[in-house]
Design a protein around this ligand. Sequence first.
Ligand code: DGJ
Length: 751
Amino acid sequence: MILFNEQAKTFHLKTAKTSYVMKVLDSGHLIHVYWGKSLHTNNLDYAVRRRDFFSFVANTDNIQEFHLEALAQEYPGYGSTDLRSPAIELVYGDGTSATDFRYLSHKITAGKPKLEGLPATYVESEDEAQTLEITLLDKVKNVEVVLSYSVFDKFDAIARSVKVVNKSDDTVKIQRVLSANVDFKDGNFEMIQLSGSWARERHIIRTPLRSGGQCVESRRGASSHAQNPFMALVRPETTENTGVAYAVSLIYSGNFLANTEVDMYNNSRLQIGINPFDFTWQLKAGESFQAPEAVLVYSGEGLTGMSHIYQNFYGKRLMRGYWRDKVRPVLINNWEATYFDFDEVKIKAIAKQASEFGIELFVLDDGWFGERNNDDRSLGDWVVNENKIHGGLKKLVDEVNAMGLKFGLWFEPEMVCPISKLYEAHPDWCLHIEGRTRSTARRQLILDLSRKEVCDYVIESVSSVLSSANIEYVKWDMNRNMTEIGSATLPPENQREVAHRYMLGLYRIMDEITSRFPKILFESCSGGGGRFDPGILYYMPQTWTSDDTDAMERLAIQYGTSMVYPSVSMGCHVSAVPNHQVHRITPFATRGICAMSGNFGYELDLTKLTEIEKMQAKSQVAFYKEVRELIQFGDFYRLQSPFGSNTCAWSFVAKDKSEAIVSFFRKMAEPNCAFATVYATGLDADAKYKDMRTGEVYGGDELMQVGINVPYAITSAPKATDDAKDMYAGMITDAIQGDYGAFIWHFKKVD
Ligand code: DGJ
């Protein structure tokens, strides 16, 4: 709900549990007054204070004691009287940069308009959200900024974006246009970021704010493995289940900046948007520029509260399409099983074995096209290699389908290898700068998606393969970051637009291909989780979480990813040991329990499994199918953090609390250690729950307050009933004793 108090010139944005309040001052400046737990009032004038700061802070409009810099700003510019980190920076036709934006008008509408050309959250019916658009004007230069706020009552989230409209006769250069800015009246916060690298994505880092600036950013041409377009400010006392959290997440897949500043009076500022670094947008007279959307979440119920809001909101109003609410298939991917060394005979043998385990989808990874027998060539040449797939793609797909499996295919559509037919024909179609080396990474260059004809080629070449056979899943990979960013066709003044124009091109391609093939399940990937961001999730409802498939490494990766993203968005596979990334040997059952905490699959040569492992795989698939709706669409609770600790635990609870899965992991075996206990969360305290393995019944209150006993050795493991024995066989055999142990429980409500 959006309330406007005409007299106090106050906007009050209300979601189910939060209030967000702004006010237009008599001077026309828009200030931020409050964000937090829901308020009744529509007038917070008493909270707007003035005083003389006896410092270098300038008087706004030369009014004594009136300092913009001492007030919380809603969308600060630069160079007038707020000298803190700006949300917007422009260079006007006369070369100057001071801005002065003041209220011009506003409108409140039902629902939420689409963001042209950009991914964004959406409504399914007009009554799900209201949108407030506030137009600010820099009168001297005749440039407007339209601030848009869509308030999703039920989802408890506010989606914000910004449009710059050039109403002047001159070209205006946009140097910086962030999507959200929030000022707080103190700096007593800790900052949470999701950081890492390839094979180590989205680890949680929590550090106190200090005077000055702290930021995370990407300059890599993708949201990146290193940082995620997210930041939360929490109080030092905020825990997983208690305390406040203020978070911003950007629906964008390119260079971003998430920034904080603590000023000289200990006020803090939180911002997120496109990274201003290496970005200048030429806004000609009459043109407008739409910045991406940021999603603001306040939680008064700790980090779990924050994550639940993001997970629900992104799962239901960012992801779209046929697969959004459908349970996702269990898959087998041949990458770590064969790498480039396969032919159709090998593929069919793995698929055959998979079908015997109840696996539902076979994914043919890299190496099926052009002359690609290793990673040095052929990206761009999307034609099946019949020297490997004898008889062609359609024949193979039909044969795999006949085994009862769907068929999926890997692409890396944004790339071109210098050794390829595409590069021979169009050497200028890649990002490059004339006279500079075209630096390759994994022996590939990036197609210049700022060019329409290049995007059209990608759309048509991928579509033609997808129409040639019954392909029901696509893995969309992207394996390098941008260097020598330049486009052959743009004039010099537009070259600093290329990284953003690339994203617009990519979004158009993804929109077109996913609309042409609405029933295909698309999983994005970028060397694992190098582009696990809300922008891509809008087009593709799942992401390959990390190339690191080691169960112990995955604990931190999946735990960190859950801060923002729903479990249904995370691809998780059981792979071979020694693990190909870290060479660790973990039990098959532990790998299964870890991988079944998202979209479950296998990525190893199933024909090489031992008889015991085959039995385990079959039982894991059967168990996962039994509980996957709960895992993919239930509420996720982080119970024990793997960061800095030897154990990790999490759970999935059905929305109606009728059942729950609890998983526990112990990294290293400990001699003569104390009993371990896991405390469940989110159950119905008054209900009874049956342990589906043993048939024992416990109170919801017991499982949450007294806790669940973790078995410490095989001899102490709870015995499965005769009915449950086969179902649980794959989750216990080798996982309880020794290093890298794991245990899983399934509870169902009983009368
Ligand atoms: C990187 C991906 O993350 C892997 O899963 C695999 O698809 C390879 N690329 C293939 O080249």
